[in-house]
Ligand binder design. Structure first.
Ligand SMILES: [Fe+2]
Length: 346
């Protein structure tokens, strides 16, 4: 038996719900296994749920109707405040990092129990605290990519910590330079580049963390063709965990608004990362990244090649580039419509 999504107006009474339905805050509305009745349909409508999963014996494709945040809002806020605390301390760092490590391990244990973990984080308004939010996102994204690469539990926990602490050295760079709207001078750019070495040295001097965490801070701007910094080393010399953090770092940076540029859509960011695949990034990391990064988010507006606008209402797990689209003229499953493609996304 497989499951498939179905639009609310196509449901008939008696169909069995195959997956829990949650509201926009993640609270359970209706548990799976329940036969659908009119009262339940009314409730779904009230909560603006457009489609649900039902049990289906014919469908061979598994579709994802809603994407779950990598970490709950509660744990993300705890991580952000814990990072903020650790980044602002010049001493007693070990105690703050112990708290951070505890939250990271909690996230790793939760994520490895889940199936279909995708790189998805709901936006939170943390504009003034970009560095902390970015640090947490990179930690979470690195863990998800690491899971897709089947890394062992201990390396996933290291990845989480390394991802969260990768830009630790930026706490020593002036915010005037970090948030500068115009073009950076060569001297300013060189100062920013120092953050990799500075972060490594701070972690080495002030903590007893695993050396691999420090290596992620030191090497996350190294590139496989040797064009990165601080050392300009090439692929085999870059620690494999740092090669993962490098992709997570670029992906989060590209998909976040900054003072000097607007964010790219996730599709455009994925394209850009894939273009740099062979020269900048580890192809094995990119392969895993492509399995978990979502080019089109559920709810995003798209335009199809025949000029029709629609909304993404479901993702096909076997090909995230071919989602299920709802249009005024009905539902289109791009998985089965090879002549239809998405030409624009918002
Ligand atoms: Fe960095």
């Amino acid at each position: 038996m497989t499951i498939k999504p179905i639009l609310l107006n196509e449901i008939s009474e008696g169909m069995i719900l195959a997956q829990d339905v949650v509201d926009k805050y993640g609270r359970l509305l209706i548990a799976s296994g329940i036969p659908l009745k009119q009262e339940i349909l009314n409730l779904l409508e009230k909560h603006e749920i457009v489609s649900v999963f039902i049990r289906d014996h014919k469908s061979m494709n598994f579709q994802i109707e809603s994407t779950q945040d990598v970490a709950s809002m509660e744990i993300r806020l705890k991580l952000i405040s814990s990072v903020k605390e650790a980044f602002s301390k010049s001493n007693g760092l070990t105690d703050h990092l112990a708290e951070l490590q505890y939250y990271i391990e909690d996230v790793v244990h939760t994520l490895i129990k889940r199936k279909n973990v995708l790189l998805y984080l709901q936006d939170i308004d943390y504009a003034s605290d970009y560095l902390f939010m970015h640090s947490v996102n990179v930690g979470l994204f690195s863990i998800v990519i690491g899971i897709a690469m089947n890394l062992p539990l201990d390396e996933l926990c290291l990845l989480g910590m390394g991802g969260v602490l990768h830009d630790f050295g930026k706490t020593r760079i002036s915010t005037t330079i970090l948030d500068k709207q115009g073009k950076l001078t060569l001297a300013e750019f060189n100062e920013i580049k120092e953050h990799a070495t500075v972060g490594y040295k701070m972690l080495k001097t002030d903590t007893q963390l695993d050396y691999r965490i420090m290596f992620m801070a030191l090497q996350h701007h190294e590139r496989c063709n040797g064009s990165g910094y601080p050392w300009g080393i090439s692929k085999d010399k870059i620690h494999h965990l740092a090669r993962i953090v490098a992709v997570a770092d670029v992906y989060d940076a590209l998909t976040t608004d900054r003072v000097y540029r607007s964010r790219l859509t996730t599709f455009a960011a994925m394209q850009m990362i894939n273009e740099g695949n062979r020269i900048h990034f580890d192809p094995l990391v990119i392969e895993a990244f492509n399995k978990v990064a979502i080019p089109y988010h559920i709810g995003s507006s798209v335009t199809l090649n025949h000029g029709i606008d629609g909304k993404v209402i479901g993702l096909n797990s076997i090909n995230l580039l071919r989602p299920l689209i709802s249009t005024d003229q009905g539902m289109v499953n791009l998985l089965h419509e090879s002549d239809i493609s998405i030409t624009a996304t918002k």
